[in-house]
Write a protein that binds this ligand. Sequence first.
Ligand code: SF4
Length: 330
Amino acid sequence: LAYLANLCHDCGSCYYACQYAPPHEFQLNFPKMLADIRLQTYRKYAWPGPLSALFQRNGMTVGLVAAASLALFLWAMFFFIERPVLLAAHPDNAGAFYAVLSHRTMAWTFGIVFLFVVVALAAGLVRFWRDTGEKFGDFFSPEPLTHSVVDALRLRYLAGGGEGCTYPDETPSHARRWFHHLTFYGFMLCFAATCVATIYHYGFRWKAPYALSSLPVLLGTAGGIGLLIGPAGLLWLKAIRDRALSGAKQTGMDVGFLALLLLSSISGLLLLALRESSAMGVLLGIHLAIIMALFVTLPYGKFVHALYRLAALVRFHLERRRIAPQIGTE
Ligand code: SF4
């Protein structure tokens, strides 16, 4: 069931096709049932175990973490940094960000959290995979893994039979697929921008902020725009989704994650636009606080669906190759 629940992408088609769905007396709501099981699997595989409680009332948890992160960053900045430095306009040259907050402080703070997040996500994935009954090494079988990654990158199954998914209502649409693409690739472009900036810093000793025409800024700007449109579109679809298919717990978790992505993009683009103004110091603190909240909640929120769905797809491709090669994929 954990495998099936994570293979499901909540399109709602089976609900509209099912003769036992409401108003029938059986009241069968298969997508909602799988969504509930999915949430249970997120809790079950979370590492360390006690933090699995964060999946309960997840929307509120994400909101509280974001508020705490904002309060902590702003308090620390106003407490430790002299006001004339924090509130001054800094010329847009190399090292301007570090005049406010040292690179060492940023690197250590985010480096430690990043390591923890990677370990927590990997532990969850291992637990999920172990529960599928597959051997550990089979996850890395080249052909199934490649098929799964390609399917995930294309969001193949959000295309339905070619006409799109029954989301947000019974009429098939590609809207969710395209907004999801913008969100995912926006996220990846921002991640790539950070990686390139790290290479610039340690490899070439070039300090941020970089020129508007530089690779990190171009990647970050393109990613930021994707993270503006994608999450906003997904939030809009969620708001108008068929009420019969949206559960409060699932919605809270989705909205919390999407809101953080949207805020990280808005604060990042504002920081880019106003980086020569006296607002730069405070905006830098706000942006870092939101990114920190996003990082910290990655293993305990909606983000985990990416890993478990990929693993479920790998299992599907293994199964298809092994026992039933005649089964189609649609
Ligand atoms: S039809 Fe859609 S909602 Fe129903 S089980 Fe399949 S993916 Fe999930």
